[in-house]
Design a protein around this ligand. Structure first.
Ligand code: PLP
Length: 464
């Protein structure tokens, strides 16, 4: 059987429904409806099998930072495949792409984050982190320091370790998660959970839950705290400015390790190379993936500080992946980093396109359906609400309005995602002001259609 991108859509959809199990999807329902088949992409635009062109407001899954269609990356992959398609780094060997990429990441990462352990994805890298921080404390003679504190509604991947570190209730409801030794505190989500507090007071209160949890568990049992600088999959939740300085103070006071999960915020999304720099955080380990290769190849890793790498190096670390530092993925990542740097893409985000997006996106806050419209760098979200004044939730189950909105958005050829009743975007970093205007126009039309729909169905009712 030969299939090309020009086979009829219905035929492709039928094969997809028959054989392909999609992640995070009710596959039965999707099979009946039919998946939208994406066939090509260029810049910030996707083309589907019907020839429709979409603006990709999500950069794939938060990863295509340099945009689609950069043939330099294809050439880097082809060159590397011809020269050395694969070799491992387990048994006292190395290869040029992996060592060059590690050195490049050490140069780009702040402070003394000078060492890289490679993985195939963000989830794998967080599994590495979980084992690495425990092994670190064991080698330091404090093996009882095993607990990792994380946050509800955080996202750290979908493996057993990653899904457990994450705080997604729907994931924990399936398959026996979280595994032992991981505990969660509340997220700094002021709009949804801040009540009458000011954002600043709320940010401090949520950060101080870390201190309370450390004291409750006993500081001598806590290995690390892990968090995303800005929560992505949780709904693009931007913490109050008071949050991170207080977290940093607490982490230092109790001498626990700080893991910044930079899988989304790394490689320019917040207008700095890393989100930790945008927030003045000083992590001991950073998780990376996604934008590391702009999604052109699957690769992730952990960037580790001198102290932790030195201690880990004192013994054999019984951990690694067949594809740790895969030469083709590493070569593609290096080319991606070269483009990000030489074309000054991150500077352009910081100085030009992020401020432009911030203004245009904030204007959506005037819409009757929107409770807040916020952004940081190239991440933005808005909360749908039946009552702007009170930040009310809908009477309908969370996610009902968001799903309706997402469907209209998709129909308007804008990829915008919903998380519950929050709508989120994270476009490629190369998006231009003209593209942003078009994205906003489609988003506004989508909001109008959603508003009319909810009104017609009598769904603009607040939860009691
Ligand atoms: C996507 C994501 C991960 C998981 O990465 P995968 O490559 O999907 O395994 C981990 N952490 C954060 C913050 C993410 O957004």
């Amino acid at each position: 059987m030969t299939l090309t991108n020009i086979a009829p859509t219905a035929e492709l959809q039928a094969l997809d429904a028959a054989h392909h199990m999609h992640p995070f999807t009710a596959n039965g329902a999707l099979g009946k409806k039919g998946a939208r088949i994406i066939t090509r992409a260029q810049g910030v635009r996707l083309t589907d099998s019907n020839g429709e062109e979409l603006i990709d407001g999500m950069a794939g899954l938060w990863c295509v930072n340099i945009g689609y269609g950069r043939s330099e990356l294809a050439e880097a992959a082809a060159r590397q495949m011809r020269e050395l398609p694969y070799y491992n780094t387990f048994f006292q060997t190395s290869h040029v792409p992996a060592l060059q990429l590690a050195a490049k990441l050490a140069e780009l990462a702040p402070g003394d984050l000078n060492h890289v352990f490679f993985a195939g994805s963000g989830s794998e890298a967080n599994d590495t982190n979980l084992r690495m921080v425990r092994q670190y404390w064991a080698l330091k003679g404090q093996p009882e320091r095993r607990v990792v504190i994380s946050r509800r509604n955080g996202y750290h991947g979908s493996t057993m370790g990653g899904g457990s570190l994450g705080g997604m209730a729907a994931m924990h409801a399936q398959g026996g998660l979280p595994i032992p030794g991981i505990v969660h505190i509340d997220q700094p989500y002021w709009y949804g959970e801040g009540g009458d507090m000011t954002p600043e007071a709320f940010g401090l209160a949520r950060a101080r839950q870390l201190e309370e949890k450390i004291l409750e568990l006993g500081p001598e049992t806590v290995a690390a705290f892990i968090a995303e600088p800005v929560q992505g999959a949780g709904g693009v939740i931007i913490p109050p400015e008071s949050y991170w300085p207080e977290i940093q103070r607490i982490v230092e006071k109790y001498g626990i390790l700080l893991i910044a999960d930079e899988v989304i915020t790394g490689f320019g999304r917040l207008g700095e190379w890393f989100g930790s720099q945008a927030y003045g955080i000083r992590p001991h380990i950073m998780t990376i993936a996604k934008g590391l290769s702009s999604g052109y190849q699957p690769i992730g890793g952990s960037i580790v500080c001198d102290e932790v790498a030195h201690v880990i190096g004192q013994d054999e670390f019984n951990h690694g992946y067949t594809y740790s530092g895969h030469p083709v993925a590493a070569a593609v990542a290096l080319e991606n980093l070269r483009i990000l740097q030489e074309e000054r893409i991150i500077e352009r985000v910081r100085e030009k396109t992020a401020p432009y997006l911030a203004q245009a996106w904030a204007a959506l806050g005037d819409h009757p359906l929107v409770g807040e419209a916020v952004s940081r760098g190239m991440m933005a979200s808005l909360a749908l609400t039946p009552d702007k004044a009170t930040r009310a939730q809908f009477a309908a189950e969370s996610g009902t309005a968001g799903y309706i909105c997402r469907e209209y958005s998709f129909g308007n050829n804008l990829v915008m995602r919903h998380v519950g009743d929050r709508m989120i975007i994270a476009p490629p970093l190369v998006i231009t002001p003209t593209d942003i205007d078009e994205l906003i126009a489609r988003a506004r039309k989508t909001l109008d259609q959603t508003h009319a729909h909810l009104q017609a169905e009598g769904m603009l009712k607040a939860a009691a």
